[in-house]
Design a protein around this ligand. Sequence first.
Ligand code: M6R
Length: 615
Amino acid sequence: MCGIVGYVGSESVLPILLDGLSRLEYRGYDSAGVAFIENGQVDVQKKKGRILNLREKLADSGLLARQDIHIGIGHTRWATHGAPSDENSHPHLSASGRIAVVHNGIIENYLELKRFLQERGFEFASETDTEVIAHLLEYHYEEDAGQDILEAVRRTLSDLEGSYALGVLCADDPEQFIAARQDSPLVLGLGEGCNFIASDIPAILSHTRKIIIMEDREVARLTKEAIELFDAFGQPVKREPLLVTWDSEAAEKGGYEHFMMKEMHEEPRAVRDTVLPRIRDNRIRFENFQMDRQALENLDRIRIVACGTAAHAGIVGKYVIEALCRIPVEVDVASEFRYRNPIITERTLTIIISQSGETLDTLAAMREAKRLGSQILAIVNVVGSSIAREADHVIYTAAGPEIAVASTKAYNTQLAALYLLAFQMAHTLGRIDDAELKDYLEKMTNLPSLLETTLAHQDDLQRFAAAHFNAHSIFFIGRGLDYALSMEASLKLKEISYIHSEAYAGGELKHGTIALIEEGTLVVCPMTQPQLVEKMISNIREVKARGAVILGILTPDCMRAAEVCDQVIELPQIDPLLAPVVAVTPTQLFAYYMTVNKGFDVDKPRNLAKSVTVE
Ligand code: M6R
């Protein structure tokens, strides 16, 4: 995810900004840049690639050694709008070059705002949503804010929809800069004769431990002597700073013990950022993909190709697309797809799913599908990755960088993207009407808050895992979408806890596998599909009769199955079709706590790599 650092004081600013940005490297990024004021001008230096590239650029130009530059903002970018490049890197400058901005988050209405600005003669140098903010700041600064940068920021914020953490520098005010936030973290750091902003505490922890956490819609003005904080109405806010006592390694994980836990807690934000920017006027609009009715009717089939967790997301996608669109969907693991001479025609749409966009098997399968004449739609998290570059169309998930090897938030966002796609195709085909689409979109919008509720069950799962972490083998069983979900739940458990685990369709166990159930075998049963609950109750009775212990993960509509469960985790009320997005989270927490209890490295399980770039 992007990182922000800002400083105003008496020391040389560039080493402070570079040091701060380096401390955010663990978050992942693809370019870095700084803006600072010298001789009454804003200077921007930015570079695609590592921070080292930027450092070399600043050193070669002599800027890094300068002792007379005391105010600046810096940024590491994780591409969302537009590929990683020098032009798309932050900071972005306004048309006159007098205002610079760094931004984390996503501006959902940026196309609308861009049109507004273009009609007034503003020209754009990048593909980013952030550049809109730079130009809007200048527009207000000149038009209606009386050349007061704080007022221009306030007016600009009222135009923006979406999430942001902002740092704003104006050449006319060389002693101050402005910060603001909405749904994207930003903290203020209080130093001795200097002050800071940062998107994450580790960036400034070597300079100060006195931190004020900004809240949504707050704006701050920083000078070297003081920080003034204002609420959304421009009223001054008094907030005592916190004294941070963590070390910087703990701070990188945002106070969580492991990246996996931090990333599970990012699921509401990740799903929101994947869904909301695509919904406008009760319609779904992807930046880079649209098929009309004739093209959809012409499809002979959809193939979904992926590996691991991404393939499991694809299986949910199959259930949903087939149910809504009545187009046949087949799911292949990429390593098998390439070598089995798959049936692909020019009427096939191949959907490739990958968090990293670099998984070699998936990339090779995509090339094979393309060679055979299929159109390729990629659902990818990493902008500018190999799969994203080679696909015909891309839908980006907005999970942000995933550092733990075990994929968590990426899965939720892959599902969110697949649901949007299924709804859009079903609507275009006339299989759902405007009212049904509107209803689904409202439910999609509500997913982040359901994820928050679900994450609150953490303690129940922690207690349950503490009692069962010595299990030798754990089964996951489910029907319909709960079976698809069980596959992912089982993978998560085995890859980090090293406990043998398998996922089975509830009705399939009795065809052989039930022989493995014995006294005390743990069987986890997600139940979110009310129409299948009676069948699941029968399947549970079959394993209970052989001594199984049952953990049920139930929606309120399925609560009648509680009587056959030994422990129940209750999910919030959710449309059964959308349930996997939320029901996966308790299974991830379960895998996490089982692993912590066993004392294994949650974030770096043995034998595994985050990105598998070998065959
Ligand atoms: O980056 P990708 O989504 O292409 O990666 C695919 C799999 O390697 C990945 O999902 C893997 O299964 C995860 N470790 C699962 O947690």
